[in-house]
Design a protein around this ligand. Structure first.
Ligand SMILES: [Fe+2]
Length: 123
């Protein structure tokens, strides 16, 4: 859910590679699978509109054998694509704030994880 909320956070910084920006921001806090999913969601979401731009909507099929293919296709079908429905159900951001705070409270990986684990153990 947090990936769904933040997967387009890179849009204003990286017009042509926003999935990379979002994936980089999320990487310390999410699983490898969710990182891959966010990093590649642009190509997978393209299934729903690339053909309107004269592009191959099946570009995602280059990743068909990847273990995260189904996860990423499902993410786009359930969360990314429905977000473009102007009549879709929405909830206030306050509904999601606790989960965002929980995910960003501590890095799961990255260079600062060990230091934070050490500090936590010392308390
Ligand atoms: Fe996106």
């Amino acid at each position: 859910m947090v990936c769904a909320l933040l997967h387009d956070i890179g849009d204003t910084l990286g017009t042509f590679n926003h999935p990379d920006v979002a994936a980089t921001l999320l990487q310390p806090f999410v699983s490898e699978e969710n990182h891959w999913m966010v990093k590649h969601h642009g190509i997978f979401q393209g299934y729903f509109f690339f053909h309107h731009l004269g592009m191959d909507r099946d570009l995602r099929d280059h990743f068909k054998a990847h273990p995260c293919y189904e996860r990423t296709a499902e993410f786009c079908a359930l969360y990314d694509n429905p977000a473009f429905d102007p009549h879709g159900e929405t909830l206030p951001i306050s509904e999601f704030e606790p989960m965002v705070r929980r995910v960003f409270a501590r890095p799961r990986n990255g260079v600062y994880k060990a230091a934070m684990d050490t500090n936590q153990a010392a308390r």
